[in-house]
Design a protein around this ligand. Structure first.
Ligand SMILES: CCC(=O)SCCNC(=O)CCNC(=O)[C@H](O)C(C)(C)COP(=O)(O)OP(=O)(O)OC[C@H]1O[C@@H](n2cnc3c(N)ncnc32)[C@H](O)[C@@H]1OP(=O)(O)O
Ligand SMILES: O=CC(=O)O
Ligand SMILES: [Mg+2]
Length: 362
């Protein structure tokens, strides 16, 4: 175990000093593209400025034969795209490298940090099982950063997609000052847990509760009764949110595979937003707008939050507003909304206009 005093010391001589606080850059949509797919890669330059994060995916969904082409394609996209990646860019550049137990993971990290480390904001690590995986990546990144002469640390994001990773979620979040956040990986996690769903994220009609029968007679038991579908992912997302909040890092929903079902996609994203997630993955261009809409607080909610802040004066005591009690705690809830609206307004002029137009709604 490292001493608490050493936690923020670089892990290699000449590596940048770790950050004490993870920057709150907007990341409502982490848009995945396959850099070995020329059609997708060609779309990337035009997406800069209109999506918070572009992620060059090297792992699952990239064919084994294309792994090297994807890695090289990402280097070319990063080098050739103005405004993509780096501390002041309108769109962050992330990558998802291959798993640490794959034949490609090491070369992914080595090539990307060496060639485009100055543009790379976050490395997403799949199938993280415990703190030992983060320690490995942490040390390797420090060595590579030192070698490349980088002056800011590349951050690390873990995907929660194994039962062991879930059990170790708190120690994963606290394993390194590089930890930026976690995403839910519902497909791999479902398989690893032996859940009986073949869907990529979202709900399942079989996971439900049913209204009681009027009596235990066979007729009443057989009679039509109301059912309500439950959220398969509630426990996992809530657990992930708590672990992230405890460590000052950010939770994200992951993939929603039914690209055609934009309505259920929006529902799944909104559940994650309400539970505390700051963003989600986008697999197809049409999921970007959904993610940006859902992970930006509604202008009406921001207006209400501003009214509470105004009414609460010095922030202590209790007041009545529209028949409801507000106090120190509800003020904190409102500040979450107001601060998020301010952060997003700084990068999204259209959203700023909507927040400004509604004011306090009074
Ligand atoms: C489940 C566990 C996980 O690991 S999820 C994360 C890994 N999966 C991914 O990253 C999947 C990324 N998305 C995709 O591969 C494609 O969007 C899939 C889902 C296969 C659909 O592609 P396709 O059938 O071409 O869709 P489409 O005809 O509607 O496309 C219209 C035009 O848009 C393009 N497009 C598609 N997806 C992206 C994308 N992610 N980024 C950028 N561009 C994309 C298509 O190439 C197509 O372009 P064009 O109009 O033909 O020039
Ligand atoms: O990588 C994502 C997943 O759902 O698996
Ligand atoms: Mg996965």
């Amino acid at each position: 175990m490292r001493s608490a005093k050493d936690f923020f010391a670089p892990l290699a001589v000449g590596a940048p000093t770790p950050l004490r606080e993870i920057p709150t850059r907007p990341s409502r949509a982490i848009h995945f593209f396959d850099p070995s797919n020329p059609k997708m890669a060609a779309k990337v330059p035009d997406m800069v400025g209109s999506v918070d994060v572009l992620l060059g995916n090297l792992e699952d969904a990239v064919k084994a034969d294309n792994k090297l082409a994807a890695r090289q394609g990402l280097v070319e996209v990063a080098r050739g795209t103005e405004g993509l990646g780096g501390p002041d860019s309108p769109t962050q550049l992330w990558t998802r490298v291959n798993a640490l137990d794959s034949p490609w993971g090491l070369d992914d990290l080595t090539t990307l940090v060496t060639e485009i480390g100055d543009r790379l904001d976050v490395v997403m690590v799949p199938k993280v099982q415990g703190a030992e995986d983060i320690h490995y990546v942490d040390r390797l990144l420090a060595q590579l950063e030192a070698k490349a002469g980088l002056d800011r640390p590349i951050l690390v994001h873990a995907i929660l997609e194994t039962a062991r990773g879930m059990v170790n979620v708190e120690e994963i979040c606290g394993a390194s000052p590089r930890m930026q956040g976690l995403s839910l990986g519902p497909a791999d996690l479902a398989a690893d847990r032996r859940m009986k769903t073949t869907r990529v994220g979202g709900g399942h009609p079989g996971y439900l509760v049913r209204q009681d029968p009027l009596s235990s007679s066979p007729e009443d038991v057989a009679r039509e009764r109301a059912t309500h579908q439950q959220d398969l992912w509630h426990y996992t997302i809530a657990r992930m949110v708590d672990a992230c909040a405890m460590h000052g890092i950010f939770p994200y929903y992951g993939p929603f595979g039914d690209i055609a079902d934009v309505v259920a996609c929006e529902d799944q994203f909104r559940n994650a937003f309400l539970l505390g997630c700051v963003g989600t993955w986008s697999l197809h261009p049409k999921q970007i707008a959904i993610a940006h809409r859902v992970f930006s607080p509604a202008p009406e909610d921001v207006a209400h939050a501003r009214r509470v802040v105004e009414a609460m004066g010095d922030g202590t005591g209790a007041v009545m507003l529209d028949g409801k009690m507000e106090d120190d705690a509800s003020l904190k809830q409102c500040l979450v909304m107001v601060e998020l609206a301010e952060q997003l307004s700084a990068v999204d002029p259209e959203l700023k206009q909507r927040y400004d137009a509604i004011g306090t709604g009074a």
